[in-house]
Design a protein around this ligand. Structure first.
Ligand code: ZN
Ligand code: ZN
Length: 114
């Protein structure tokens, strides 16, 4: 038996995790419904691109090709994000400089130091 207080807490936890599950399921549904065209990058309904091809560029392929393109894009985005955190834009001159150097020595172009 639970006392009323801990039961309320448990209910809240249960409710929160159910809401989370709902959001996850919603995300999953959205991600399986829409795909990005491997050729032009436009958002297309997966069912449509498999059946009729991309509405924008006409690309047509199998589900495997779509997955392959998605995986490729994901790995590309990761390395891009890593490169961006390595470099940063100087607030004064706007040039791309190495984050660490900007912090330590300042911008090598304009001399800005934060
Ligand atoms: Zn396309
Ligand atoms: Zn600068």
């Amino acid at each position: 038996m639970f006392d009323p207080i801990s039961k309320t807490i448990l209910d809240q936890i249960k409710k929160a995790s159910e809401e989370e599950k709902g959001a996850e399921a919603e995300k999953l549904r959205a991600s399986t419904y829409w795909v990005l065209c491997p050729s032009c990058g436009k958002r297309v309904a997966k069912r449509q691109i498999l059946a009729e091809g991309c509405w924008a560029c006409g690309w047509k392929g199998t589900e495997e090709e779509l997955e392959l393109a998605k995986a490729k894009r994901a790995s590309g985005q990761e390395s891009k994000a890593a490169a961006e955190s390595y470099k940063t834009r100087c607030p004064q001159c706007g040039r791309l400089v190495i984050t660490k150097e900007l912090g330590e020595k300042g911008c090598y172009i304009c001399g800005w130091k934060g």
